[in-house]
Design a protein around this ligand. Sequence first.
Ligand code: URA
Length: 242
Amino acid sequence: MERLQKVIANAGIASRRKAEELIKEGRVKVNGKVVTELGVKVSGNDQVEVDEIPIDKEEPIYFILYKPSGVISSVSDDKGRKVVTDFFPMIKQRIYPIGRLDYDTSGIILLTNDGEFSNLLQHPKYEINKEYIAKVKGIPTKEAIRKLERGIQLEDGKTAPAQVKIMSMDNKKNTAIVRLIIHEGRNRQVKRMLEAIGTPVLKLKRERYAFLDLSGLRSGDARELSPHEVKQLRALASTKHR
Ligand code: URA
């Protein structure tokens, strides 16, 4: 037996917190009856519906989106800003982003309705590599780069060693383009790492997520992942290879 909100979250319908809201709003039925309390436990034999749709009836579906900057990595926004799911008007399934990119960050974000897959890819122990290209103010010194490579102390702890390379620099404008590969996914991590060495980020793009890159996609484009890509991502996560 599991708590109803956990079952809804694991089915990929919504986060645990959002699932609690769905229950309180009276949008969830168990065996045909609306349930509005949070304590209820259900088993695999119970029929759970959200907005009249049985939660196990959705086919799992997986997408890669080239998120433009100026878009929220969420399924809704109370300020009415554009969200990542706005790029999928034809998709009936309740997809949501796997992790997040900042509002002003562009690049790869994956979306799915498969909660187990989403949890797998985000679990820190699987160390999925993500590659970022940052334009920074200032030019990082060799010593600063070494600090990032070794791991740098941030307010929420030391970061894991990163792969860092200066791709180009503009001495006149005092800016540089830096490539950073990390496998952690802390909040605003790349910006905080580069800020910590004295070169704040002006622009940030995620160019690679595991083996997936943006080839063939323009900003705002999305495509479905092939079954093979989904399988490869699962295999990567469970074997901790990158
Ligand atoms: N690191 C950040 O600082 N921002 C992002 O959007 C992603 C990683």
